[in-house]
Design a binder for this molecule. Structure first.
Ligand code: ADP
Length: 258
């Protein structure tokens, strides 16, 4: 667990947030946004005041994964009022502009900065930032403008994905942000009709090795779960809909690593 609160930074708007956590992956489609959302709602279920910032301006996922009834973004005193779902504050470029963005890098960085700094997050225990995939300029900009407390890295078990995980770990290392957890997502399938059977579809063991090689204190394999996918697609975080499930339990242990 992270001790105490964040040191004050020059970014005054974020000073009322105790912990800022980045959820990152180096490839798209590995389930990074799903992990960010379900981690955030688990932290909220455990009693925290939580916000989610979707920093993927090109391909925002939050508007699909979390669909509050009131989807109109309001502005007050020059600040953006975040949307809310079950008391979790939400901000995504996709709530403001549902069309997908076709823009050059510097403009994207500007929008991202504005969304992060001008949103009225209020007092939060945790802000979970769903990072854009990759380790380029935009990711480094986020790391440098926000004083991140910790990073959670999400990957799938394929070799191709792991190769890039190391790049991600190195990026956070460079900016002195500790990687506190590695999630190997969609690692196995557990059929309902055969007890205690797991199919590791893409190999097994690599996540554990990377975690120990790079000193990441928490590593867990998450199953490929059709129910989770269904709930995600319908706009309700699976940890709320399936609160007694094994997946909800796994998210609880991930939250305890933060
Ligand atoms: P990323 O943010 O890495 O691009 P997403 O979180 O958007 O990935 O997930 C991509 C797709 O995979 C979504 O349809 C999501 O519901 C699905 N998905 C993510 N994790 C799982 C899982 N553990 N089991 C089943 N489907 C998943």
């Amino acid at each position: 667990a992270i001790e105490g609160s964040r040191a004050p930074t020059s970014n005054r708007p974020l000073n009322r947030i105790k912990h800022i956590i980045a959820v990152a992956s180096c490839k798209g489609g590995v389930g990074k946004s799903t992990v960010a959302v379900n981690l955030a709602f688990t932290l909220a279920k455990l009693g925290g005041k939580v916000g989610i910032m979707d920093a993927d301006i090109y391909g925002p996922s939050l508007p699909i994964l979390v669909q509050p009834e009131d989807k109109i973004v309001q502005y007050k005193d020059g600040r953006i009022i975040p949307l809310e779902y079950q008391s979790v504050k939400l901000m995504s470029f996709g709530y403001i502009n549902p069309e997908s963005a076709i823009m050059r890098g510097p403009m994207i960085a500007n929008i991202m900065n504005q969304l992060l700094m001008e949103t009225d997050w209020g007092d939060l225990d945790y802000l979970v930032i769903d990072m854009p995939p990759g380790t380029g300029d935009i990711q480094l900009t986020i790391c440098q403008t926000v004083s991140l407390d910790a990073a959670v890295i999400v990957t799938t078990p394929q070799q191709l994905s792991f190769r890039d995980v190391i790049k991600g770990i190195q990026m956070f290392d460079k900016v002195s942000v500790p990687c506190v957890a590695l999630v190997e997502n969609m690692a196995y399938f557990e059929p309902n009709d055969i007890l205690n059977k797991r199919y590791y579809l893409f190999g097994h063991g690599k996540g554990q090795k990377i975690a120990s090689d790079y000193g990441i204190p928490f590593m867990e394999s998450f199953p490929l779960d059709p129910d989770l996918c269904r709930w995600s697609d319908s706009g309700t975080p699976a940890v709320l809909a399936l609160s007694e499930s094994k997946v909800a339990q796994l998210y609880k242990s991930l939250a305890s690593a933060i």
